[in-house]
Design a binder for this molecule. Sequence first.
Ligand SMILES: Nc1ncnc2c1ncn2[C@@H]1O[C@H](COP(=O)(O)OP(=O)(O)OP(=O)(O)O)[C@@H](O)[C@H]1O
Length: 593
Amino acid sequence: MKAFVQMETDSRLESSLWVDSRRCAAVLTGWHFKWTEVDKRSRDKNSVSVPVAEVVGVEEGKVEVLPHKTVEDTDKDFTVFYVKRSSSPGSCGLLWRLGRTQFSCPSRVLRDQWIKNLRIAVKTHTPLRPHRLLVFINPFGGKKKARQIFHSLVAPLFELAGISTHVIVTERANQARDHLLKKDLTGFDGVVCVGGDGMFSEVLHGAIGRTQQEAGACENDPGVTLQPCPLHIGIIPAGSTDCVCYATVGVIDPVTSALHIIIGDSQPLDVCSVHHGFALVRYSVSLLGYGFYGDVLVESEKHRWMGPLRYDYSGSMVFLSNRSYTGTVQYLPADPLLSSPRDNTRCLSGCSVCSRSTERLFPNSSDSGSLYSSYSEHFHNDLEGEWVTVEGRFKCVSLTCMSSSCARSPMGLSPSAHLADGTGDLVLVWDTNPLNFLKFLYRHTSTEDQFDLPFVEVHRVKAVRFCLAGDTKEEEIRVLSDEMDIEAGGHVRSGSRNGSQQHLAEKATGMMTTSEEKTVTPFTCCLCCKKPSAVSVWNCDGEILPFTEISCKIHGQLVRLYARGIEDKAAIHHCSQERDTCNKTCMQGRSLP
Ligand SMILES: Nc1ncnc2c1ncn2[C@@H]1O[C@H](COP(=O)(O)OP(=O)(O)OP(=O)(O)O)[C@@H](O)[C@H]1O
């Protein structure tokens, strides 16, 4: 047994190692740790190559982590934990699992050398790995399992990776947002929310607000250049819809998300600011929808007791009511030479459109460590250009900064939208007959192009304004006061989620409404039999906005998530067939799923 050891100034190392009594040639180059079985009797020379960036931890001895940590402390063994992929039926992305291989060395010295070099390699090649995280758990999100999900599935992985956490189980809505706005955040590399889209939105608002406070940027100014947030945001999905997680990771799976956080993946994300006059109303990352989408949200809020079924029920009711609304939409088109919502591309991990946008948005930054240095200089003139105005009657108007794909609509609201190119897709659905509209809606669940319909338009934009036709303004006031009644009455929702957006707008305008000032009148009792309202409401990432006339601006790469976008299943499969460039085969002769 002769172990050949080669040490260079970097972490490179090469020697024989044993996995389950099989001898392997192992090599650690700068970027990969690879081991290949060298047993001559073996017909297939099984080889596993793990990118150093995907090594989760290196431990002395023979170690197991899940379901419980066990350590067999021998002085010639070490265990490497790493990311292992498997496909996930029904999702567009790949599941990540914790891979584990136990290695034996001929000597303790060599074992210690391997551990040291692997740890150095990991540190050198993944500078964005978090060391300390602030974690918010919403114990009431989704199926109320967030606490259990975090402690049983996520915390052991964080511990393995040496990440320390400060965990706050929220006791009220907006606690996470307020904490981020007001408390000392020194020492934290990122913030993690364990919950659904509402919880993510709280953290998003807190993180953006805090950054602007510290930068002295006025969020209420609709033309302001916002400062990108230095804190990364991680999402451990534990809500009812988890749309943002699905659209940025491709699967709704707490372990996958935890592993993306651990290895310090970094996915920039565009954010849309929504203003009413000179008041910030809200930020949005997925759906900002007027008309059909607003009506469905209003209706579904009245039927929360139905659980997730309420969306199907409300969707059907609103569809049957066959409403449409007049309004004026103005938009600032994005550069058509860069990309188009009809170019049939998908924004996947490593997306070239988003990468080019990073260069455009941060032209002087040489690496991700100085991410935002040149951002504000560049964005002086981001609202310059020729605005386009369209006026008429719409079934719905929607704006999305991402594809907004979800399990029900795997291609999403705008299949070719990008996560981080500084644009949004504006979809205008003109008034049409119910059958046509049904066709449009149905196409979201299939692979058929929902934009290939004569009553649908889609535009890639940098900013949008919406205002009502003159005779509908009074109606707006009536509808919105009715909306607030739903909130004030308290029997429709607990006042949790709307609380945050109302707070933002009220704070900005000084318009404080007390429940006594509102008359309790339901929005509608039955959509089919009631006289249609002339005005709808905006659905902003699942919240009802208190204003109809709004202006929206897309802020390119305003925040960063611990994610990498949806991985291309086909590319990973190809890679696994080559066996040399990824970790989909293992030493025991088993093929990983
Ligand atoms: N302790 C708490 N009590 C009541 N509400 C809370 C608490 N903590 C957070 N919230 C609020 O609960 C709302 C919903 O939570 P969350 O998004 O986690 O779950 P969900 O609504 O089931 O999922 P989704 O948003 O994906 O549909 C959030 O807007 C958040 O502001």
